[in-house]
Design a protein around this ligand. Structure first.
Ligand code: UDP
Length: 326
């Protein structure tokens, strides 16, 4: 058995894929999750501790009971629209709770941290593709809270030698190839699961805006498979355990697909008609978000395995179809 890793938010969409990859690689895993949006059944192994990051006693017990080599932090509120409506929930869940986690780590001298960050830290892109050097001007509280944690991690490095790698995801999507875990949000707001639900229910999918300055008028996004994200975390963790300094990396496939292209490909993959309604733009959506992910490829040797959008949709379809069959 290799090192023991604490996966915070390991019952959520990306966290559960991380737990599965860690177990496949023979790491010991402890999951800490409050199950507010996570699901017990997505945790495929390791030990699940249910609780809040703000619970000092609980965190002290976790770090006392387990020799944790590194922490991966996936637990966050992550709905942009909700963050505009209820900013304090985001400041509390994404910043204050993370501060509690970091305080516990420092008390127990655990100083390796992998953080789930987001392309939302950049705000409206000034240049495409977006490199890590792009200015960070988040345009909603969700992006602000993620950026704030990146900044406080840098301060914790200076003050406490806390080494961190922040991974800025573009559009996380797809599901584990086994079909046993996948995206399970309620309410769901992301394009690919909603399109696949439309394929299953025939309820129309809304296209938010058809008048963008893009080839077909709909927004372009960089979809990246959740297992490729998990593999990037493994590389990042190993780098930190081998003494690498703190760093920030983008994670994306560097290709932008339009909303219409996603629907078209989903129609082919599922063999179902997907009814569409064209509606107004959703506020705050940039026309194009595409990553330059060369930094992590060069520095850590990350190589996505599931970059074809068709594969991403196929794996997601495999999962969603199973859910609909109970
Ligand atoms: N989108 C859409 N209809 C939906 C959900 C999303 O047209 O029901 C569009 C959205 O405007 C964006 C893209 O699909 O251009 C991806 O949105 P998603 O919420 O999946 O991810 P985001 O890029 O906002 O993180």
């Amino acid at each position: 058995m290799k090192d023991k890793i604490l996966v915070v938010g390991g019952a959520g969409y990306i966290g559960s894929h991380m737990v599965k990859r860690l177990l496949e690689e023979n790491y010991a895993v402890v999951v800490l999750d409050n199950l507010s949006t996570g699901h017990r059944r997505l945790v495929t192994g390791g030990e699940l501790v249910v609780g809040q990051l703000g619970d000092e006693k609980l965190l002290d017990r976790v770090f006392r009971d387990h020799p944790i080599a590194a922490v991966m932090h996936f637990a966050a509120s992550s709905l942009v629209g909700e963050s505009v409506q209820w900013p304090l929930k985001y400041y509390q869940n994404n910043i204050a709770e993370t501060v509690s986690l970091l305080e516990a780590m420092i008390r127990h001298k655990v100083v390796r941290f992998i953080f789930s960050s987001t392309a939302a830290v950049y705000g409206e892109p000034e240049e495409i593709p977006i490199t890590e050097a792009h200015p960070c001007k988040p345009t909603n509280p969700y992006g602000v809270t993620k950026r704030c944690v990146e900044r406080l991690l840098s301060d914790c490095d200076t003050a406490h030698g806390m080494k961190s790698i922040c991974l800025r995801y573009f559009n996380a999507s797809g599901a584990d190839a086994s079909g046993c875990i996948g995206e399970l949000h309620d309410p769901e707001s992301h394009l690919i699961p909603l399109v696949l639900k439309s394929a299953l229910t025939r309820k129309p999918i809304k296209i938010f805006g058809t008048d963008y300055a893009t080839p077909d008028g709909t927004c372009l996004r960089d979809y990246v498979h959740v297992t490729d994200l998990a593999n990037a975390h493994l590389l990042a963790m190993n780098a930190l355990l081998n003494g690498s300094p703190s760093a920030v990396y983008n994670l994306g496939n560097s290709v932008g697909y339009s909303v219409r292209q996603v629907i078209e490909l989903a129609t082919q993959v599922t063999g179902k008609d997907i009814p569409v309604i064209e509606t107004d733009r959703r506020s705050g959506d940039p026309a194009v978000l595409v990553a330059d992910a060369n930094k992590i490829k060069k520095s850590l040797g990350w190589q996505p395995k599931y970059e074809a959008l068709e594969t991403i949709i196929e794996t997601a379809w495999n999962w969603h179809r199973k859910q609909s069959h109970g």
